[in-house]
Design a protein around this ligand. Structure first.
Ligand SMILES: [Zn+2]
Length: 329
């Protein structure tokens, strides 16, 4: 719908435009391990991470400069060292480098292990899966060749990213989007814009729990965030009304609000995002052809309600390569 439905959310959230860094993720994991709250492990040094880092520096009577330099890393103990690449990592290895490795694996879609700086069985399995996929020797040891292969690949997902694993979402509404993810028209855009009239119902795109439902002053206006398994979130912005609340369980097709133009928006539309571990990613490779909107005709013209997929209700330990958020028609 061109200019009328454009949103400028991305301008209000410059954090999303910064590339995620494995070292920042390692810092976030170390700070969390030290009892501070650096926010989600997303590899982006935002305000929460900065505050946590400065609090740590103040607590240890270090120079409070918000930079994770040598002194700060030393003060973090075994969580603060060694640097990534200084040693091969294997089952039992702990430290900063393992945390960075876990983040790289996760961003590449091989993240069934924890983000805790400890090389356990989950990390081992993830390394082995990555090595296999990358055509490397599958020895479960993250040495120079494995790290080189992991680093060769861009950390920040690009508009041409493909979905890693079979996680899929329904489409939030049944119309085609206008502005895509990436740089449509030269501006950074962290989601998809769907042109719709005021009041059109917006449905959750898969099984999850509402993590946020309210006003976002950063440009999203009335916003609903649904937290799914495996680190995925879906965001629904600029709503005119919200019909759900924090903690509510939803599945594909649950109406969570209605289209509006609240926040930084120049006309009624739905701004939809998919985030993985806090980083906006291109939703397109993750979208099924079916829509979550009510009474959407499926092949043959019949209207079929979406049934939550059984394995989407299992624990978060389910292997992402065999799990789906939902499996509507
Ligand atoms: Zn948008």
């Amino acid at each position: 719908m061109g200019v009328a439905a454009a949103c400028s959310v991305s301008a209000a959230t410059p954090v999303a435009a910064r590339a995620a860094s494995a070292n920042v993720a390692a810092l976030q994991i170390a700070l969390a391990g030290a009892g501070l709250s650096p926010g989600p492990v997303d590899g982006i040094s935002g305000p929460q991470t900065q505050t946590a880092l400065q609090r740590f520096q103040a607590r240890r009577h270090l120079l409070v400069d918000g930079i994770a330099g040598a002194q700060t890393r030393r003060a973090l103990g075994r969580r603060g060292r060694p640097a990534l690449g200084h040693r091969p990592m294997r089952l039992g290895t702990r430290g900063w480098d393992v945390a960075a490795l876990q983040f790289l694996l996760r961003v590449r879609g091989y993240g069934s292990g924890g983000l805790d700086g400890g090389f356990g069985p989950g990390t081992l399995a993830a390394v082995q899966r990555f090595q296999q996929a990358a055509g490397l020797t599958v020895d479960g040891i993250a040495g120079p060749s494995t790290l080189a292969a992991l680093r060769r690949l861009q950390v920040t997902p690009t508009p041409t990213a493909t979905a890693s694993g079979p996680v899929r979402f329904l489409r939030p509404v049944s119309v085609a989007f206008t502005d895509g993810f990436g740089y449509p028209g030269g501006r950074r855009h962290t989601g998809l814009d769907y042109p719709l009239p005021y009041g059109a119902p917006v449905a959750a795109t898969g099984v999850g729990v509402v993590a946020f439902a309210g006003w976002n002053s950063g440009g999203y206006g009335n916003l609903v965030v649904v937290r799914h398994r495996l680190g995925f979130e879906t965001w629904y912005a600029h709503l005119s009304s919200i019909t759900t609340s924090v903690g509510a369980s939803v599945s594909g097709g649950t109406v969570i609000g209605h289209v509006g133009s609240t926040g930084h928006s120049t006309g009624p539309h739905l701004h939809f995002e998919v985030r993985q571990f806090g980083t906006p990613i291109d939703p397109v490779p993750y979208l099924l052809t079916a829509s979550a909107a009510r009474n959407v005709p499926v092949a043959g013209g019949a209207a079929a309600p979406c049934r939550p997929n059984a394995d989407a209700r299992q624990t978060q330990d389910t292997d992402p390569l065999v799990a789906r958020i939902d499996r509507c028609p």
